[in-house]
Design a protein around this ligand. Structure first.
Ligand SMILES: O=P(O)(O)O[C@H]1O[C@H](CO)[C@@H](O)[C@H]1O
Ligand SMILES: Nc1nc2[nH]cnc2c(=O)[nH]1
Length: 299
């Protein structure tokens, strides 16, 4: 007998959800985008939209966090078929870890090849400023150290191998592409590359915790993304992820600053335009890149 969680959000459930969506969606998406806290505006860049409430999608979890609308948006970006999650799920909402990442497997079963994940995060690196955009080059899965990994439980080979590699989780070519695109757009002064650390939340970190995470090599801290990345890589999708530095993590006992969700959402609003421009240009270039690859493979 399989453990309960694996049975509830396994291959058949993901396939049923993917088939239902493909029956109702206007396009078969090749790119899947996940919007972080306050970053739902990213979905507005899609043309010819068809929007589904999470509550209408079979087997789908429901959003419970302010800044996560709970809508799945299909559409195109310069002809590139995309699907965009306006709202993601977090461990602290009380969902089993398999349910948090279930939409990523649904992406895969709908035909998505590239996943773009965004989040709001606290800046640990002392050189970072609020409003910086950090391209994620690597992660620290702190809950994973205690056995909280979305791949725990029986492995379903239809998704991927038992022991997936994570040293290449964040696609090097897409990271370089983002740096190039950022430079062309004149964003280099607020574009960074760094390491994201996930914690369980929902409480923000203590000063001692922030200091410890920074010493461990983390540049930014949040409560999401890493579980989705692990599942996306397990089933063979390309991953690109970025953090909007929405607040400075408090590292100093003399500081009066206090992390809060309102500031997180506000920073999202302020950077929204540039974030949309950056992500949409990357998506368009991914398409060119893909076409280039398939042209090459024909020769
Ligand atoms: O990671 P996203 O979904 O952007 O949200 C981040 O913002 C919330 C805290 O303000 C937490 O949920 C944290 O993970
Ligand atoms: N854990 C954590 N998550 C965040 N999300 C946005 N800011 C933060 C932060 O400072 N800490």
């Amino acid at each position: 007998m399989l453990p309960e969680a694996s049975c509830k959000y396994g291959y058949e459930e993901c396939k049923a959800t993917a088939d239902w969506l493909l029956d109702h969606a206007p396009v078969q998406p090749l790119v899947g985008i996940v919007c972080g806290s306050g970053l739902g505006g990213l979905a507005d860049m899609l043309k010819d939209q068809k929007v589904f409430s999470y509550s209408d999608i079979p087997n789908f979890p429901q959003s419970t966090v302010c800044g996560h609308a709970g809508r799945l948006v299909f559409g195109t970006l310069k002809g590139q078929p995309c699907v965009c999650m306006k709202g993601r799920f977090h461990l602290y909402e009380g969902y089993p870890i398999e349910k948090i990442t279930m939409p990523i497997r649904v992406f895969k079963l709908m035909g998505v090849e590239t996943v773009i994940l965004t989040n709001a995060a606290g800046g640990l690196n002392q050189d970072y400023k609020v409003g910086d955009i950090m391209i994620i080059k690597d992660h620290i899965n702190l809950p994973g150290f205690a056995g909280r990994n979305p791949l725990c439980g029986p492995n379903d080979e239809r998704f991927g191998t038992r022991f997936p590699c994570m040293s290449d989780a964040y696609d090097r070519k897409l990271r370089q592409l983002a740096l190039d695109v950022g430079q062309e757009l004149g964003y280099s002064h607020f574009l960074r590359e760094g390491v994201y650390c996930v914690l369980g939340g929902p409480s923000f970190e203590t000063i001692a915790e922030c200091r410890m995470l920074n010493r461990l090599g983390a540049d930014a801290v949040g409560m999401s993304t890493v579980h989705e990345v692990i599942v996306a890589r397990h089933c063979g999708m390309r991953v690109f992820a970025l953090s909007l530095i929405s607040n400075q993590a408090v590292m100093d006992y003399s500081s009066e600053d206090k992390a809060n969700h309102e500031e997180v959402l506000q920073t999202g609003e302020h950077r929204s335009q540039q974030l949309v421009k950056l992500v949409s240009t990357i998506v368009t270039s991914v398409d060119q890149h893909r076409r280039g690859e398939s042209t090459k493979s024909q020769h």
